[in-house]
Design a protein around this ligand. Structure first.
Ligand code: FES
Length: 249
């Protein structure tokens, strides 16, 4: 069964833009990205949209649908009433390049600021041994497709542009947590350890665990419970432990 859907799409660039209404044919089983592509193939050939896999795996088609951060390729048209107006806008936290395409380079800057895994200096390749439980713990974090919806929804930077300098966002705090939980990561042995870096370099204290990041994650990673809260606990242990404080002085 096909029907005419009502799409309200943001058109514009860094200098401004507007929402425009479109009537687009929709067929059974389609997702919002199908309609955006149909719009591009018909009345708006210059509509900019980023996508790649159409399978929820590349993380390219992030946008806001009726104000909620979502992947366009994983948002089924059947979740809306046929007479509903579906508003599609670019992610609000990042600067717009054109239409639905944002400049997400903020995330690549933050990614580079997280120091890489450091194995112990005396460990030879082939000698790495890990318990299965440790492997599974980081596997959850490695499901991240870097769609940056968690970064988009995080109110610390969504509503406060000036926090971007000091705050890396849930995606990269999760990366710090992943490395901190790696039993062979030896960074803390030679210099500031990961929880201290999370607090001092990545703005961990600004996160007030509202769980918005977890709610929008298309991979259902428990970012708050399994990464951010444990990282906060480890940072608090280091910082408030009276013996360690004495030692630090
Ligand atoms: Fe790859 Fe949507 S197009 S996640």
């Amino acid at each position: 069964m096909s029907y005419l859907a009502h799409l309200r799409v943001w058109h514009g660039d860094a200098d401004g833009g507007e929402l425009r209404d479109h009537v687009v044919e929709a067929a059974e089983g389609e997702v919002v990205l199908d309609l955006v592509h149909r719009l591009q193939a018909t009345e708006c050939p210059d509509l900019a949209v980023r996508w790649n896999c159409k399978a929820g795996k590349c993380g390219s088609c992030s946008a806001e649908i009726n104000g909620k951060p979502k992947l366009m390729c994983m948002t089924r048209m059947s979740t809306f009433a046929t007479d509903e107006v579906i508003t599609v806008t670019p992610m609000r936290t990042f600067p717009v390049i054109k239409d639905l395409v944002c400049d997400v380079s903020f995330n690549y800057v933050k990614a580079r600021e997280v120091p890489a895994f450091e194995p112990p200096a005396d460990l030879e390749p082939g000698e790495y041994r890990m318990q299965q439980v440790d492997v599974q713990r980081s596997q959850e974090f490695r499901k991240c497709i870097e769609c940056f919806l968690c970064q988009d929804v995080c109110h610390v930077i969504r509503d406060h542009e000036d926090n971007k300098e000091a705050f890396s966002g849930p995606r990269f705090l999760m990366r710090v947590a992943e490395l901190e939980m790696h039993p062979l990561d030896a960074r803390g042995e030679t210099r500031a350890d990961r929880p201290d870096e999370a607090r001092e370099e990545h703005g961990l204290g600004l996160c007030n665990i509202t769980r918005c990041c977890t709610d929008v994650c298309p991979e259902h990673i428990q970012i708050t419970d399994n990464a951010l809260i444990p990282l906060k606990e480890r940072a608090a242990d280091r910082y408030y432990d009276p013996l360690l404080r004495l030692f630090r002085r």
